[in-house]
Design a protein around this ligand. Structure first.
Ligand SMILES: Nc1ncnc2c1ncn2[C@@H]1O[C@H](COP(=O)(O)OP(=O)(O)O)[C@@H](O)[C@H]1O
Ligand SMILES: [Mg+2]
Length: 355
């Protein structure tokens, strides 16, 4: 599904932005605060039906306005459809297809977007919980059915933690059979996702750092009998802390560069390249299943040297996906059509970037 036209009304600082023809590679340039990230956020909302961060649409309405509207024309192998997402302080959210209200599930089907921006590096670098959330979001996008496994595990974990608070051992023992079952199924899915992702990630990493260090990606959390033993060993501590210390809510993905854990092996800029490799690997998995996400790439140039930037752009273009990229300056990325934003409005459509 290709975006061929976009209209944004009263979304953050974008009062009215109309792009009547959107090519496969688009670059949005403009000074700080001009609304570049806001435009990507609007496109994300239109494709994913949820705010890019947080859960509320309210802060996205332009100050002084009472609703926002984002509309697109999209090309699905030759069939043209229009999509709309609106949020009104009084009436709430509304999603439309060709002018008719439709449910969110239909609205979202077959039109994913992926956002890669400066904060994406933190999602991998900062904490195991952010890494788990990132991996799980990829799994749910790829295999939506597995969302139920995560929900079920979450329910059982809450029950287990409640029992740890009461200190009653017998019901805890009974629950642990269920806990280990649900945990192991959830971990199996994560492990099989990581196993499938690993070759894509290696390839992406190699494209981004051709002479760089080797990368290994592994996920081997305790499951089944091993998890049972771990729970038994930590029971005393868990009763004291009133919290379960082993299971999918505590596992972590291991990423090593030349055998060294990535957090101590990589500089910030190199970590950005690693996170890009992860995203490209995910795109490669999606596209081998016939789904081409819209790639929203915010401020690709920041923290990257010229060569990394060039390789990053080349790898992004090579996915074959539609891309909307933002940058402070034009001239850095070949082949993209350049639009300039200033003060929340489109000031020019400068044609192809020929540098
Ligand atoms: N709801 C809103 N209404 C009006 N302006 C907003 C709203 N939310 C954010 N902004 C403004 O948007 C600007 C930031 O835009 P952003 O897209 O992040 O800029 P950049 O071009 O640097 O990516 C800030 O000046 C901020 O005040
Ligand atoms: Mg920005």
């Amino acid at each position: 599904m290709l975006l061929s036209a976009v209209e944004v009304h009263d979304f953050r600082n974008l009062q009215k932005v109309v792009i009547p023809t959107l090519p496969r590679l688009t670059m949005v340039v403009g000074p700080n605060g001009s609304g570049k990230t806001n435009l990507l956020e609007a496109l994300y909302a239109l494709r994913m039906g949820r705010p890019m961060s947080g859960t509320s649409w309210r802060p996205a309405i332009r100050r002084g306005a009472t609703s926002f509207l984002i509309r697109s024309r999209e090309n699905d192998s030759g069939a043209i459809h229009s999509y709309g997402l609106a949020y009104d302080l009084m009436r709430g959210r509304r999603s439309t297809l060709d002018g008719n209200a439709i449910d969110m599930k239909t609205f979202l089907t077959g039109r994913p977007a992926l956002f890669f921006g400066p904060d994406s590096t933190d999602s991998l670098m900062s904490s195991p919980s952010r890494r788990r959330a990132l991996v799980d979001s990829m799994i749910f996008a790829l295999w939506p059915g597995h969302y139920d496994l995560a929900l079920r595990y979450g329910q059982i974990l809450r029950r287990r933690n409640a029992l740890l608070k009461t200190g009653e051992l017998r019901p805890l023992e009974a629950l642990d059979t269920l806990f280990i079952q649900a945990a192991s199924r959830f971990e199996d899915v994560r492990a099989s996702f990581i196993q499938r992702l690993a070759p894509h990630m290696k390839a992406a990493w190699k494209a981004l750092r051709p002479s760089g260090a080797s990368l290994t990606l592994e996920y081997s959390p305790p499951r089944g009998e091993a998890l049972k033993k771990k729970l038994e060993a930590s029971l005393e501590k868990d009763l004291k802390r009133r919290h379960t210390s082993a299971g999918p809510h505590r596992s972590d993905v291991s990423i090593k560069v030349d055998g060294v854990p990535f957090r101590s092996a990589l500089s910030r800029g190199e970590a950005k390249v690693l996170v890009l490799a992860l995203n490209l690997a995910f795109v490669s998995m999606l596209s081998s299943g016939g789904v081409m996400p819209l790639m929203l790439v915010d401020d690709l140039a920041s923290e990257l040297d010229e060569q990394s930037r060039e390789l990053a752009w080349r790898a992004i273009v090579a996915t074959g996906c539609q891309v909307v990229l933002t940058s402070l300056d034009d001239g850095l990325f070949d082949g993209a059509r350049v639009f300039t934003l200033d003060g929340g409005a489109l000031v020019s459509d400068g044609g192809l970037d020929s540098d």
